[in-house]
Design a protein around this ligand. Structure first.
Ligand SMILES: CC(C)(COP(=O)(O)OP(=O)(O)OC[C@H]1O[C@@H](n2cnc3c(N)ncnc32)[C@H](O)[C@@H]1OP(=O)(O)O)[C@@H](O)C(=O)NCCC(=O)NCCS
Length: 184
């Protein structure tokens, strides 16, 4: 994949209802509020815990823009009519044989409206349209909500990767690998 012609620092992805855009400082508050939710803490094991306002500010103004500037990630706020409703991203854009990795979460106040599946599908299409042979994502074997999102976003279950997840308590778990290929 070659992103040399694309300015990832400003790139946006549009879907039917969503604008997937770079983070901006006013996203710190909703990111902070959303990340207090126990299932974000449960399923996103890399999330700092407890999740502080400083962690939200570091993500919005540091980690996410740095990934775009480095050309490694396309981290996006999910925006509906100017309101922040969640987060999604493409990671490891040009490295790894599984292709770019899609990730997502939706704020507790905006769920069950199809936003996660629309965002995941939009990011996958963006990468496939720009030359990726495939995109992938992992979900915990117990995260059935996220597995439903992946299927609705056009991904196919490819297998179970054993013991690739590391939990906060030091335990390990299995993940379902999903993939979506260029050409369907
Ligand atoms: C999983 C998550 C992203 C779903 O976001 P969402 O915007 O509500 O998902 P969608 O509305 O696109 O849901 C698509 C389908 O997934 C399924 N689904 C979503 N949430 C579900 C839940 N809590 N329980 C069961 N099924 C669920 C449903 O089949 C849904 O379709 P329906 O509402 O028409 O029945 C959200 O609950 C979340 O952020 N969870 C915590 C973080 C996380 O697990 N991220 C993924 C890590 S791999």
């Amino acid at each position: 994949m070659d992103f040399s012609g694309i300015d990832l620092t400003t790139e946006v992805v549009r879907t039917e209802r969503l604008l997937l855009r770079p983070y901006r400082p006013e996203d710190v508050d909703p990111v902070y509020r959303a990340c207090q939710h126990p299932d974000l803490q449960r399923w996103l094991t890399a999330l700092p815990s407890p999740y502080t306002r400083e962690a939200a500010a570091d993500f919005v103004t540091g980690i996410a823009p740095r990934g775009r500037a480095a050309g490694t990630d396309l981290g996006c706020a999910i925006d509906v009519d100017g309101e922040f409703v969640g987060s999604c991203g493409l990671h490891a854009l040009t490295t790894g044989r599984l292709g770019p990795e899609v990730g997502y979460w939706v704020a507790p106040w905006a769920r069950r409206q199809g936003y996660a599946s629309e965002a995941a599908g939009g990011l996958a299409q963006w990468a496939l349209d720009r030359g990726a042979a495939r995109v992938h994502l992992f979900t915990d074997v117990e995260n059935t909500a996220s597995q439903a999102v992946a299927r609705r976003a056009g991904f196919t279950q490819e297998g179970v990767v054993r013991s690739c997840l590391e939990y906060r308590d030091g335990g390990r778990g299995d993940a379902v690998l999903f993939g979506r290929l260029a050409g369907g």
